[in-house]
Design a protein around this ligand. Structure first.
Ligand code: GLU
Length: 264
């Protein structure tokens, strides 16, 4: 009787543990919550650049560019319609914040993976590789980063280039800008001697304006990835984003987009 009693007690306890555990599991199984939210909302909210040719910029009021096309590919997969996206303008200095306060579901904005950023957000697999470069006026005597000693150099606030140049060349007078337009205007007016940022972004200025040029050296390897929140509710979305990047590699979309936006 004693044995029987204890077997029953243990069975009941195990059953209760199982039920409670199962319920907790259910409550915590928010893995697909954001994907569900996106589906019931009917559109993705993506943080993108609006001043960064050819990745994210405005043309006749519409968001266009390489990063925008990637967002459309993902929207097509999740919502069966590439145009079900609300684009939110982000800059290097506010994008992590806007993601973490849930203003956007994703960030697709020429964003480099860094260990510091990994502390606050999660990154997808990389989808593009750039390198830090220097843009100068054509007549400039500046040939390398070292020639910028004691000069004014423009960077985007919060960018990897800002951090790198402060580290590589502490004697440089770094001036921060919120947008590439502002930095470019400062370069044209002679307020700064150079802009340093990703080659792929700065190249668009050299291509359209023959009075500026990119120096040949690259100082870093910038792996661009898509940012998602580091929370359980975003895990399902991160999985889907990664599957989409793999699919874009295998079905040739990434190669085709690089060609379309002249990124080869
Ligand atoms: N890729 C660099 C970064 O993530 C700079 C490009 C940018 O976002 O403007 O900081």
């Amino acid at each position: 009787m004693n044995d029987k009693f204890w077997i029953i007690v243990i069975s009941v306890v195990l059953a209760l543990v199982y039920v409670v555990d199962y319920k907790l599991d259910k409550a915590n199984s928010t893995e697909e919550d954001l994907v569900k939210t996106i589906k019931s909302r009917g559109y993705l909210i993506v943080g993108v650049k609006t001043d960064t040719r050819p990745f994210g910029y405005l043309e006749n009021g519409k968001n266009v560019g390489f990063d925008i096309d990637i967002a459309k590919y993902i929207a097509k997969d999740i919502l069966h319609n590439p145009n079900k996206i609300k684009f939110v303008q982000v800059t290097p200095s506010n994008r992590l914040y806007l993601l973490n306060v849930q203003d956007v579901d994703l960030i697709i904005a020429t964003m480099t993976i860094t260990p510091e950023r990994r502390n606050v957000i999660a990154f997808s697999k990389p989808y593009f590789v750039a390198g830090q470069a220097v843009l100068v006026p054509v007549g400039s005597k500046v040939k390398t980063l070292a020639d910028l000693d004691d000069k004014n150099v423009g960077v985007l606030y919060g960018s990897t280039a800002e951090k790198n140049i402060r580290m590589i060349l502490p004697s440089v007078n770094v001036l921060g800008y919120k947008t590439y337009h502002d930095a470019y205007r400062a370069l044209k007016s002679g307020k700064i001697s150079a802009i340093t940022s990703d080659d792929t972004i700065l190249r668009s200025y050299a291509l359209t304006d023959s009075s500026v040029r990119l120096l040949p050296k690259r100082y870093t390897r910038e792996l661009y990835a898509i940012g998602v929140r580091k929370t359980d509710e975003s895990k399902g979305l991160l999985k889907i984003v990664n599957i989409n990047i793999t699919n874009m590699v295998h079905d040739g979309t990434l190669t085709q987009l690089k060609r379309k936006w002249k990124l080869n």
